[in-house]
Write a protein that binds this ligand. Structure first.
Ligand SMILES: Cc1cc2nc3c(=O)[nH]c(=O)nc-3n(C[C@H](O)[C@H](O)[C@H](O)COP(=O)(O)OP(=O)(O)OC[C@H]3O[C@@H](n4cnc5c(N)ncnc54)[C@H](O)[C@@H]3O)c2cc1C
Length: 377
């Protein structure tokens, strides 16, 4: 399930979602958390929202919110551990399926076919810096390349082959004397009543794979009854491949789009793909690819704005239809995507220009090509 799908389902279930909105501080009255001060990061507007419970689910930022709100925990809740990844073009002999194996030092690493490229990760480096600005170090990139070369001795890859690299901070439970590999991957809920902020909890640790479970635990903690997953998993039987092809044909016919575009819609959006295809049926500008090298079409950007709370071009291209992570992507692709979306939405030239500029800045800050090593003579 793609992450934006969770957002869509939450809103369908009655949640209010605010993209690009920051919790500046938590309001505390007489030892009880009573609400939050929100700031819209695009308009700068601020607003107080009252609430009976506050769930601080800001991952590696969880301690920062407490500090800004003068909520004093006995010790930090999070011990941040950076994980870095490199992305390379597919090489001869690259695996067709995800490989989960050992790095040069015996740690687990993976090599995954991903967006037409190979994703190699990851590392474990304690990191208490601003999680929004972390970058892979040269040592981490060397380590991942050495591990890849050991796994595939026939390939000659170097830093120059890395298309881009990126990093994130795992919000693991604070444990100052443990090695990063030994830190627990389990989550816990920190109740802030003893810290002078009753009715506030922080979610610490956890994984994408356990997010549903964590959400149900939070619900119970704040007094909402939460049973098991709403939708039971379905065991598909019979000719699953045939069923998918049949669905792709329906999507293709509904939108009057190419088979490639229909396949990419079906694979990315599942049951929602038919509605997206239908929206493009009578509008050629929506059937246009987001860039000349992708099957993803402009209709997906409009769907992201209308249904997935995307607000900016960067939301769409990096976090909803992540075409900008693909093998082809360049400034020309960004320009084509901005022009295509502008034509479909009616953005002014000025808006299209600023969306393009902001997206390019965000893409450059997140996906960095490692600097070339200068050889000393
Ligand atoms: C390198 C790496 C590898 C990982 N590998 C796996 C894996 O293999 N399998 C797996 O299941 N999980 C994996 N994870 C874990 C997963 O991606 C999440 O980091 C983890 O589940 C924690 O999720 P979270 O929602 O608590 O925090 P995050 O995913 O970090 O989300 C926190 C959110 O809070 C927002 N936020 C921060 N401050 C504020 C504020 N003041 N106001 C409003 N919003 C704010 C941030 O913008 C962010 O969107 C990995 C993480 C990393 C970094």
């Amino acid at each position: 399930m793609k992450l934006a799908e969770w957002l869509v389902e939450a809103v369908e279930a009655g949640c209010v979602a605010r993209n690009h909105t920051q919790v500046v501080t938590v309001d505390i009255r007489d030892g009880v958390a009573t609400g939050v001060l929100l700031r819209d990061q695009l308009s700068g507007q601020e607003e107080h929202v009252e609430s009976r419970w506050i769930i601080n689910a800001t991952g590696p930022w969880a301690d920062g919110i407490c500090e800004k709100s003068a909520i004093r925990t006995q010790q930090p809740m999070v011990g941040g551990v950076r994980g870095s990844h490199i992305v390379l073009p597919r090489f001869a002999g690259a695996p067709d399926a995800a490989l989960y194996t050992e790095a040069v030092d015996g740690r687990p690493v993976f090599v995954v076919p991903w967006n037409g490229q190979m994703l190699v990760g990851t590392t474990e480096v304690p990191d208490g810096s601003d999680p929004a600005r972390v970058q892979p170090s040269k040592d981490e990139i060397d380590y991942l390349l050495r591990s890849l070369r050991e796994l595939f001795p026939q390939i000659a890859v170097s830093e120059d082959d890395v298309q881009y690299s990126f990093a994130g901070v795992r919000p693991l439970p604070y444990s100052p004397n443990a090695s990063p590999s030994a830190l627990s991957r389990r989550h816990y809920l920190h109740d802030h009543a003893p810290d002078g902020a009753a009715h506030m909890i922080s979610v610490i640790g956890g994984k994408l794979t356990t997010a549903g479970w964590v959400a149900r635990e939070c619900a119970v903690k704040v007094g909402i009854s939460a049973s098991g997953p709403a939708r039971p998993s379905v065991a598909l039987e019979g000719d699953v491949g045939g069923l998918l092809e049949q669905w792709i044909t329906e999507v293709e016919e509904a939108g009057g789009i190419s088979r490639g575009a229909a396949r990419s819609l079906a694979e990315w959006y599942g049951r929602r793909s038919l509605a997206i295809a239908r929206s493009a049926r009578d509008r050629e500008e929506l059937r246009t690819p987001l860039c000349p090298h992708t099957q993803h079409i402009v209709a997906e950007a409009l769907h992201a704005f209308a249904h997935e709370h995307a607000t900016t071009l960067a939301d769409v291209l990096l976090r909803r239809v992540p075409v900008a992570l693909g093998a082809c992507w360049s400034t020309e692709c960004s320009r084509a995507a901005a022009d295509g979306v502008a034509a479909a939405t009616g953005w002014s030239q000025r808006r299209a220009g600023s969306e393009f500029e902001n997206f390019e800045a965000e893409r450059g800050a997140f996906l960095q090509k490692p600097p070339r090593t200068t050889l000393m003579r």
